[in-house]
Design a binder for this molecule. Structure first.
Ligand code: NAP
Length: 283
């Protein structure tokens, strides 16, 4: 029988998350919730890929019916060199968390962490106006780079940053431009003076890690404080900021929102980030 007589088999789209290890990822829970909720015939699976197998995996996955993947540690930087098209924001951040396997065979790499960060704040603090006051970012790791890019994009007039390893903060200033001002790690307390937005982008405060201990005396009560850490939801930084009268937004919403653009591209439905999704991911 010739191929032309073979009926077209409808493809069930597959997506997933690649990492090493990957078992800790909440992405399968999150996307699984959306697939079920919208009645979409598709699957989202965790894929444990060793670093030495990354290039091969990206060649094979599209041929196996995958329409794209999320990318987690340790592959976020390495995928940039393997992608055919890299968005400006992923290139600037130096990492990608969302890959789209296009029908023409090209791999498109994007970074949606910054989008997720801003969308979370806009949803949970609708009267937040980033363009009206200075922002302060504590930490200069991979996630901080996405936060810095998104805050600058949202129009903050000045962005202060401090990191234990000062060099990483200086690299961010060199790459992101003159609105970025570097503070010493010992000066974080002073850095918070007069800011409208304060972000913990370090991993301090995570379950099993030391708390972020910085004097918050200078943090204005009018500021919005947010944390990228979401285990626990209420971090020592957020608790202390709230005691000072600040509005606080936890980091789980960033995780939920960063997933939405990928889901829409892969499965053709714009998903909602709401209480039902939060509950499903926390369960
Ligand atoms: P990363 O690249 O490893 O950076 C870690 C950051 O924490 C660096 O700034 C590091 O400073 C700082 N740090 C770690 N231990 C420290 C200590 N003992 N004292 C002072 N600073 C310390 O990690 P990442 O990818 O940026 O992630 C940072 C946090 O954000 C993690 O908790 C991660 O789970 C969370 N995150 C959340 C989301 C979300 O959707 N909510 C998304 C991405 C990441 P040095 O440079 O000096 O090491």
């Amino acid at each position: 029988m010739s191929d032309t007589l073979t009926p077209e088999i409808p493809q069930i789209p597959l997506a997933g998350v690649i990492g090493w290890p990957v078992a800790h990822s909440r992405s399968p829970l999150l996307h699984g919730h959306w697939l079920k909720r919208y009645g979409i015939k598709g699957h989202y699976v965790p894929l444990a890929i060793r670093p030495e197998h990354l290039a091969e995996a990206l060649r094979v996955l599209p041929k196996a019916g995958f329409v794209g993947v999320n990318v987690t540690i340790p592959h976020k930087e390495a995928v940039l060199a393997l992608a055919d098209v890299v968005t400006d924001r992923a290139a600037l951040i130096g990492a990608a968390n969302t890959l789209i396997f296009r029908p023409d065979g090209k791999i498109h790499a994007d970074n949606t962490d910054g989008y997720g960060f801003i969308a979370n704040l806009r949803q949970n603090a609708p009267d937040w106006h980033p363009e009206r006051a200075t922002a302060a970012v504590i930490g200069a790791g991979g996630a901080a780079r996405a936060v810095v890019a998104s805050l600058l994009d949202a129009g903050v007039p000045e962005l202060r940053i401090a990191n234990r390893t000062r060099l990483r903060a200086e690299q961010i200033r060199n790459e992101f431009g003159a609105r970025v001002v570097v503070y010493d790690w010992g000066q974080v307390g002073n850095m918070l003076e007069g800011v409208g937005t304060a972000v913990n982008a370090t991993s301090l405060g995570m379950d099993g890690k030391a708390a972020l201990r910085v004097p918050l005396d200078a943090l204005p009560a009018t500021a919005l404080a947010t944390d990228l850490v979401y285990t626990p939801l209420d971090t020592p930084f957020l608790i202390e900021a709230r005691e000072r009268g600040c509005r606080t937004v936890d980091g789980l919403g960033m995780l939920l929102h960063q997933a939405a653009p990928g889901f829409e591209r892969w499965f053709g439905h714009k998903p909602e980030v709401d209480e039902e999704l939060r509950a499903a991911v926390l369960a």
